[in-house]
Design a protein around this ligand. Structure first.
Ligand code: IMP
Length: 179
């Protein structure tokens, strides 16, 4: 049965339940294992949104790996500046490492596309992009997401780490904005 949540002035209804997400995250762990089981990669989870997905994804990965976190922003006020700045920097040395970027959602692609040149300056051996969700219709940059949990329509979603004005990250299911 469909559930509704209210976040400030907006209503959202269930779109993907927690079982469906859990199952897909487990599969993604297996898919990554095929490529990375002997490589000891470092996951780089993008804060804030990816913290829930990253926590489940790394526990679905049975191979040796490390995880670190980075906070990026491409917005100044309400408009995208197109310039991505790093809010929390990296402590780890990424030279010659296999890096796996973990995102909650790739929407326009602004954030990741503009972060890639900065990441390449650390001279990693490889860069792989993993996102739980992608809105293919919204993509504005030539960006290839290597592992995608679900492709979704261009509608605003919350839950499982994703927020509306900072709210809703704790919801276990993913909810879509009600028309
Ligand atoms: P992009 O830079 O346009 O690809 O947007 C990426 C970021 O925008 C994500 O990491 C989210 O923080 C946020 N975002 C994009 N779409 C949604 C959504 O539907 N719900 C919540 N946050 C979103």
């Amino acid at each position: 049965m469909s559930k509704t949540v209210q976040l400030q002035e907006l209503s959202f209804e269930t779109y993907m339940d927690k079982q469906m997400i859990k199952q897909r995250v487990k599969e993604m762990g297996k898919e990554l294992s095929n490529e990375f089981k002997d490589k000891k990669p470092i996951f780089l989870a993008i804060l804030n949104g990816a913290f829930v997905f990253a926590a489940d994804l790394v526990r679905a990965c049975k191979f040796e790996h490390e995880i670190s976190f980075i906070k990026l922003t491409s917005y100044e006020g309400t408009t995208s500046s197109g310039k991505v700045t790093t809010q929390i920097g990296l402590q780890e040395d990424l030279t010659d490492r296999d890096v796996i970027i973990v995102e909650d959602i790739v929407d326009t692609g602004t954030t990741i596309y503009h972060f890639l040149p900065a990441l390449k300056k650390f001279n990693p051996k490889s860069i792989t992009i993993v996102s739980l969700l992608q809105k293919p219709e919204a993509l504005k940059f030539p960006l290839k997401v290597d592992y995608i949990g679900f492709e979704i329509p261009n509608k605003f979603v919350v839950g499982y780490g994703l927020d509306y004005n900072g709210l809703g990250r704790n919801l276990k299911d993913i909810y879509q904005l009600k028309e």
